[in-house]
Ligand binder design. Structure first.
Ligand SMILES: Nc1ncnc2c1ncn2[C@@H]1O[C@H](COP(=O)(O)OP(=O)(O)O)[C@@H](O)[C@H]1O
Ligand SMILES: O=COP(=O)(O)O
Length: 555
């Protein structure tokens, strides 16, 4: 195989335009731009007066392999293709978490010649937003424990605090901890635990808030736990929503960078889609819509996760509904769903593609359940053979689904022209977007609809503790909220090893966590973890800094 440059080498060799030129291209007024060096800036959205509402193209995927199937790559390449076709286009992406960067999956800045740059900055500390979110989350945790230590006026039951600390690193050793040890001066001992920052409700609030004031109100509404009388305790009762907002107000401004093709890109917020809602911030997508005729954005993992939550949570709260949906799939993912082991995914196996295409079919049906027409982006890898590609291209034609063989990783925007043309066909038609459920339906009905119409399963089961939590949620009147399913990304079921297109299965809800600041109920299924662990060979092992100060091993 031809020696391909790494993502980092391509990004490092690229000649970036000064961010002020990118901002000008995007139509952002100078007074709105707060530069962070020559190639990054934060945008004061209050200085953008435009009332335009550009069309939104949501990029999702089929159930992925651990490496991911190319949503970020296709998002960037498709936007560059629209730009080559002379459309006024912007990208809206989530910010990478250091969890996957140092762990299994790697970065989230696309790949090959379809990347956002400067990829090294974006994949590491960027403009500090994730650190700000971590600090705000942990400041709240410290303020809760201090309240208890100083006399516990609110009568908080230390055994029923649901607010956890966070860290933006995969660290299984922190999943369950005991704090306050060492005697009366060290606080009040209790069990605690850490989630990864991108699972924090602060991240969700940050991504769903429409203004600083809305951010503050949402922070005030966060439930941190319950009193000894089982009454909920809100942040506002601690009187710290102002401090938390102060810690977040600069981070709350979306970040402007560029693609390798010079397309303006806003990157802001980064919730995972398996344990959180998986969409970049409303303020970034909303701002991009004010500036561009077409906004290409993505939601995490497969259509059963990020896309479902985009439709039922982000679109419902923000009014930003998709005008087209791109479903990214790959020969390797379909082979995996056709029963091929991960170590053999580069070996030709058209028959396995034929079997695994059932997973793609399921996701196409799911997108159509929301009244939006999907376009398949068959993201081509060098190992793909004509016979394997033909299986998918033929299936799409026989099933009347638009499809484009997409080569943006190798060619940048040029490799996405056919995809852009197919998406433009959909954008030219009125869509009949609708949510999957009404908020007035019961929590059980909402989850059942997702299981049946998106996962393809039969029904749901609540564990005893989840049943008790549901009863309390109903008693407190919180059951009118949408649900945010926390489920494995590998399977349509809650069992990671059940691939392909399982049917007649039940999803088990083991815990329900009310997130009143974000405005949804997180329903944890199977063994999903909100603090992932590092793998045997973390990506960190390949990272280094050369003698002349250059990064190495960043993908
Ligand atoms: N066509 C392709 N050929 C080779 N590598 C690719 C291709 N598309 C994506 N990749 C690589 O696969 C990984 C996952 O891509 P990414 O766009 O991050 O997926 P997702 O956003 O769906 O998680 C990245 O390392 C990216 O560089
Ligand atoms: O939340 C997960 O997002 P990716 O699919 O981009 O890894």
């Amino acid at each position: 195989l031809t020696k391909y440059l790494s993502d980092l080498e391509i990004a490092t060799n690229a000649k970036m335009q000064p961010i002020m030129d990118i901002a000008k291209k995007a139509g952002i007024p100078e007074e709105a731009i707060e530069q962070y060096g020559r190639y990054k800036a934060k945008i004061d959205v209050n200085q953008i007066a435009s009332t335009k509402k550009g069309k939104v193209v949501l990029v999702t995927a089929t159930s992925p392999t651990p490496a991911g199937e190319g949503k970020s790559t296709v998002t960037v390449g498709l936007a560059d293709a629209f730009q080559q076709l002379k459309h006024n286009v912007m990208v809206a992406l989530r910010e990478p978490s250091l969890g996957p960067v140092m762990g299994v999956k790697g970065g989230a800045t696309g790949g090959g010649y379809a990347q956002v740059v400067p990829m090294e900055d974006i994949n590491l500390h960027f403009t500090g937003d994730l650190h700000a979110i971590t600090s705000a989350n942990n400041a709240l945790a410290a303020l809760i424990d201090n309240h208890i230590h100083q006399g516990n006026e609110l009568n908080i039951d230390p055994r029923r605090i649901i607010w956890k600390r966070v860290l933006d690193i995969n660290d299984r050793a922190l999943r369950k901890v005991t704090i306050g040890l060492g005697g009366p001066l060290q606080g009040v001992p209790r069990e605690d635990g850490f989630d990864i920052t991108v699972a924090s409700e602060i991240m969700a609030v940050f991504c769903l808030a429409t203004s600083v004031d809305d951010l503050k109100q949402r922070l005030a509404n966060i439930v941190i736990g319950y009193t000894y009388d089982r009454e909920p305790v809100f942040v506002r009762q601690l009187g710290v929503e102002g401090a938390l907002t102060l810690l977040l107000k600069e981070a709350f401004k979306p970040n402007l960078v560029q693609t390798l093709g010079g397309t303006p890109a806003l990157i802001h917020g980064g919730p995972f889609a398996n344990i959180a809602h998986g969409c970049n911030s409303v303020i970034a997508t909303g701002t991009a819509r004010k500036l561009a005729d077409i906004v290409v954005t993505e939601a995490g993992f497969g259509a059963d996760l990020g896309a479902e939550k985009f439709m039922n949570i982000k679109a419902r709260q923000s009014g930003i509904s998709p005008d087209a949906v791109v479903v990214v799939t790959t020969i390797r993912a379909l082979k995996m769903h056709g029963g091929v082991s991960k170590s053999e995914l580069t070996i030709e196996n058209a028959a396995a593609v034929t079997t695994g295409i059932a997973n793609l079919a399921r996701h196409i049906e799911s997108v159509r359940a929301f009244g939006v027409e999907p376009v398949i982006a068959l993201n081509r890898f060098v190992a793909d053979t004509e016979a394997e590609l033909a299986v998918v291209l033929t299936w799409a034609k026989e099933n009347d689904v638009r499809i484009a063989l997409t080569n943006v990783w190798e060619q940048g925007g040029k490799g996405g022209i056919e995809l852009a043309e197919k998406v433009l066909e959909v954008l030219a038609k009125e869509q009949n977007f609708h949510h999957l459920y009404e908020l007035s339906e019961t929590v059980e009905q909402k989850i059942t609809k997702i299981v049946q119409k998106v996962y393809g399963g039969a029904g749901i089961h609540f564990t005893d503790s989840a049943q008790k939590q549901l009863m309390q949620i109903k008693k407190l009147g919180w059951d009118g909220l949408p649900v945010c399913m926390a489920k494995t990304q590998y399977s349509l079921t809650d069992q990671p090893s059940l691939l392909g297109r399982p049917e007649n299965f039940t999803i088990t809800i083991r815990e329900i966590v009310p997130k009143l600041g974000a405005g949804f109920l997180v329903c944890l299924t199977g063994d999903i973890m909100t603090m992932p662990g590092l793998p045997k060979q973390p990506a960190a092992l390949k990272m280094d800094v050369t003698a002349d100060g250059r990064a190495e091993g960043l993908f």
